[in-house]
Design a binder for this molecule. Structure first.
Ligand code: COA
Length: 161
């Protein structure tokens, strides 16, 4: 299925509640503001299929490995509507976002992080060209416990399809 990414509109917000998966359960939340799509700051994009229907969304924020601009890189996240899962959309969407960062910013690295039990996202990231770098212990608080996750990255010089 060909997918594309586009900026949010206010009409998208009710279609993108998130929170239904144990790996996206951050407690009650209601998004009232339309996220921006600036690749140089925090933001997000909507994932749509070829008939324009909304499949899910991507988000990112910058993490800092040092004080200069060359040591900052985006950390991405993804959520798909339940009916869109398990057919390769997550892989395509995350690969497409990586492509946007490498074409339109000068970051050297894009990161992602997922729970040690989230096999679907681990597979999806690996198929999108990300490499697992190690376990990040107890960094996420979800559903009453601190959770371990794997840190993933893809570098500008890594092979991509
Ligand atoms: C995680 C998510 C983004 C993955 O996207 P997706 O489109 O469903 O994933 P894909 O179809 O690209 O790939 C899924 C892969 O995981 C595999 N998989 C899925 N569930 C699995 C399980 N329980 N055990 C083993 N493998 C599993 C699939 O077989 C597939 O691998 P394959 O292509 O080698 O067969 C999507 O399922 C989702 O939005 N989940 C809920 C929110 C979430 O977890 N977000 C990420 C938070 S870090």
């Amino acid at each position: 299925m060909p997918i594309s990414l586009r900026p949010y509109t206010a009409d998208d917000l009710p279609l993108l509640p998130g929170g239904d998966s144990p790996y996206d359960d951050w407690g009650p939340k209601q998004r009232r503001e339309v996220p921006g799509s600036d690749l140089d700051g925090s933001g997000g994009l909507v994932i749509v299929d070829d008939d324009g229907s909304v499949l899910g969304d991507l988000s990112w924020h910058y993490v800092h490995w040092g004080p200069n601009a060359g040591s900052h890189n985006p950390m991405i996240g993804v959520w798909l509507r339940p009916e869109a899962r398990g057919r390769g959309v997550g892989t395509q969407a995350q690969a497409a976002l990586v492509d946007l960062f490498f074409r339109h910013t000068n970051v050297n690295r894009v990161e992602a992080h997922t729970d040690v039990e989230n096999i679907a996202e681990q597979r999806s990231l690996a198929k999108a060209g990300f490499a697992a770098e190690g376990v990040v212990r107890g960094a996420q608080w979800r559903d009453g416990a601190f959770r371990d996750g794997y840190l993933y990255s893809i570098l500008r010089t890594d092979p991509r399809d």
